[in-house]
Write a new protein. Structure first.
Length: 300
């Protein structure tokens, strides 16, 4: 068996029923980023990331019960510097002639590079390329769990839906490059406003959502001031103003979906009031007057 392990092209180890590394080859030591001698003084439980320990132990129990002969999983180990890294783990149970369990045969491959590449691709898929904010895909996948986690930590939580006013007017007069500049600047300002208090995401078009750990007094006024400043673009001050609506747990519901619905309704009522006050929307400079100021008339 020792000869087989030593010449195996992959990382292979014999692991006792208690989790101790009884014998490892040099390739396994390399895959687990430790010396062979160091591994043989440890149990796999000692160097397993706690996030993956429970599912790993459940698989071990399945083998010992006879429910399976082997299992495979992606799993994080800690290296000698206590840094986690990803591996592909394959484990088989070896039984004696009587059928009693003797030890485990483990094969380990370091897949940290592949996992890093996958994470990079996932990050790209979860980010809005124009603003750099989390996008609708991120929101649909992650926001509910994040908001629930904040509530479990004792945060009161709040949701604010934000819509940029007059973007169609900007696009129609100055083109979509100007409109994109307004959206990008709005995203940057929102991210700066909530950096210490939560997270901002772009749902699409001119709509954003803010997930906040706490309900901040006067936050709406701060947002209107921050986003109400014009956006410089090719010598023109483009208008930037918002309509917004907020909702808090309890009075407005208990789930993120309920809070989103309440906040969305308030945002549309805010927008209705805006266009009732300013039926022409935001003022735009006349074509051919690049130095004119395109200031917002929405002063709220």
């Amino acid at each position: 068996m020792d000869s087989v392990l030593d010449h195996a092209p992959v990382g292979v180890g014999i692991v006792g029923l208690d989790g101790r590394f009884l014998k490892v080859n040099n390739q396994l030591a390399a895959e687990l980023r430790r010396s062979a001698g160091a591994l043989e003084r440890l149990r796999f439980q000692d160097i397993t990331d706690l996030r993956d320990l429970d599912p790993d132990m459940e698989n071990v129990e399945r083998l010992l019960r006879g429910d399976a002969d082997s299992y495979s999983m992606e799993k994080r180990f800690f290296d000698g510097a206590d840094e986690p890294f990803w591996t592909q783990l394959r484990v088989s149970l070896v039984r004696g002639s009587s059928g009693a369990p003797q030890h485990f045969l483990s094969v380990v491959e370091d897949i940290s590079l592949r996992k890093a590449q996958e994470q990079d691709m996932l990050n790209l898929a979860m980010r809005d390329p124009l603003t750099g904010l989390p996008n609708r895909h991120w929101f649909d996948r992650e926001a509910e769990a994040l908001f629930r986690h904040w509530r479990q930590e004792g945060c009161s939580g709040a949701v604010t839906v934000v819509d940029v006013n007059g973007l169609k007017d900007v696009n129609d007069r100055w083109g979509h490059a100007a409109g994109d500049t307004v959206i990008a600047q709005a995203g940057q300002r929102l991210a700066a406003a909530v950096r210490k208090h939560g997270i901002a995401a772009r749902l699409g078009g001119d709509e954003f959502v803010l997930l906040l750990k706490t309900h901040l007094q006067q936050f709406g006024a701060v947002l209107r001031w921050l986003l109400g400043r014009p956006v410089p673009w090719q010598g023109v001050q483009l208008p930037c103003s918002i309509s917004a609506g907020s909702a808090v747990p309890g009075a407005d519901g208990g789930t993120l979906a309920q809070l989103m619905a309440a906040a969305d309704a308030r945002m549309y009522e805010d927008k209705r009031q805006f266009y009732a006050r300013f039926p022409e929307g935001v003022r735009l400079p006349r074509c051919g007057a690049p130095q004119a100021a395109a200031q917002p008339v929405h002063g709220r």
